[in-house]
Write a protein that binds this ligand. Structure first.
Ligand code: MLT
Length: 394
């Protein structure tokens, strides 16, 4: 018996598990202290009423013989795929229903997709970025090249023809920096991927936070992307599904490598290893795409964006360098002078009970930076910012 030794090359625990452990230890040692969580990007607003209605009525379906559903299609129910297809159509992107795969969220699919790629590929991953991209490739033992996302390039690295790779991860709006690629910049990545036979794995989990009309909310708004990109999206942040679990992945049939249509590999993988998202959850998710669902879920997004503004305005007043927050729920700031990312994490937790995410947890280039999320309540966000002031106005 041999274990997958690649796992031994991973850090001890996943970033957000490490943070949870630290916060739990602090709580145990200081049971009377209030803690405000602006760390993991977990939503606080409940599901939209129209989604709840969909979930309840589907649960009732499951309790009646005439409307009961057993196993469904692994790649998702037609009623939901059709809603996703129309959602893309509104963005000017034409998809066929069998190019859409319903999943339990972007994180799972971003990891699972690697099943269809050889471990011999070289992967290009920006730093800092969502740690799942790195960890899942370390697990498979793939060669990773890091491309620097820095203050100088606006945290939006562009391709370099001298650097050759096979798989590229892009996340826009970016987790953790909040930076968003414009169409011209994304176009450069598409051009690079097409000319190098590479595949872009495009994480658009935060697309619903984009407020500026000219910014792309899908990579398929870029000409040629259907021949080089797979897109992952999730209802976690769009519609508060972090605990309900539903997302979707688009694998265009025009995406062909080594004469193989990648869509057929992914279908094969999913039908073998996945039994689909529950019927009840898909019925709830369907409601997100109705006019009423859209209105209700966008109201929640506006609420979180207002929190982002509260954070950003406070940091501006205090003269703290930061970015993000405008088209994203994340604010990316510089740590206080003399503190590295983890020291700043400890300092905030111990002095004011505010939890954030250390920038270095997203990659080496994140050292010296820190991420705050706008997903808490307005009251807690205001309270956290008032506490922040006490540290800087001393
Ligand atoms: C984050 O905080 O970066 C995200 O919530 C993690 C996730 O979506 O899995």
């Amino acid at each position: 018996m041999k274990i997958n030794r690649n796992y031994l090359n991973l850090q001890d625990s996943y970033l957000f598990s490490t943070i949870a452990k630290k916060v739990n230890a602090f709580r145990a040692a200081n049971p009377d202290r209030e803690i405000i969580r602006l760390g993991i990007g977990d939503v606080t607003k409940p599901l939209a009423p129209v989604v709840v209605k969909g979930l309840v009525s589907a649960s009732e379906d499951q309790g009646r013989a005439e409307t009961f559903h057993g196993y469904g299609a692994e790649q998702g129910c037609d009623f939901l795929k059709e809603k996703v297809r129309l959602y893309y159509l509104e963005k000017g992107v034409e998809l066929e229903s069998d190019e859409i795969f319903i999943s339990d969220g972007a994180k799972s699919d971003l990891g699972n997709i690697l099943d269809i790629f050889s471990a011999d590929n070289t992967v290009l991953i920006p730093s800092p970025v969502y740690p799942v991209y790195v960890d899942t490739n370390v697990m498979d033992g793939r060669r990773i090249i890091h491309v620097k996302a820095t203050e100088e390039n606006g945290f939006l690295p562009l391709p370099d023809q001298k650097i050759k790779c096979d798989i590229i991860y892009l996340c826009s709006p970016n987790n953790p920096t909040g930076a968003v690629y414009d169409k011209a910049q994304l176009g450069k990545w598409v051009e690079y991927a097409l000319s190098n036979d590479a595949v872009i794995l495009f994480d658009s989990a935060y697309e619903a936070f984009i407020g500026e009309k000219e910014l792309p909310t899908s990579i398929y708004q870029i000409k040629g992307a259907e021949k080089c990109a797979i897109e992952f999206c999730s209802l976690s942040k769009t519609a508060g599904f972090t605990g309900t679990r539903c997302g979707y992945t688009v694998v265009p049939k025009a995406l062909v490598r080594e004469n193989v249509v990648l869509n057929s590999l992914w279908l094969r993988r999913q039908t073998t290893k996945f039994n689909g998202v529950s019927y009840v959850v898909q019925r709830g998710a369907e409601q997100v795409f109705t006019p009423e669902g859209y209105r209700q879920t966008r109201e929640a997004i506006a609420y979180y964006k207002e929190n982002a503004k509260i954070i950003s305005d406070t940091l501006t007043e205090l003269g703290i360098w930061h970015t993000g927050g405008k088209n994203s729920p994340y604010i990316w700031l510089k740590c206080k002078d003399g503190y590295d990312s983890w020291q700043f994490f400890d300092y905030l937790l111990e002095s004011i009970g505010v939890v954030g995410t250390p920038g270095v947890g997203f990659g080496e280039e994140g050292e010296g930076f820190f991420r705050l999320t706008a997903f808490n309540t307005k009251e807690n966000t205001q309270k956290a910012m008032a506490l922040f002031r006490t540290l800087y106005e001393k």
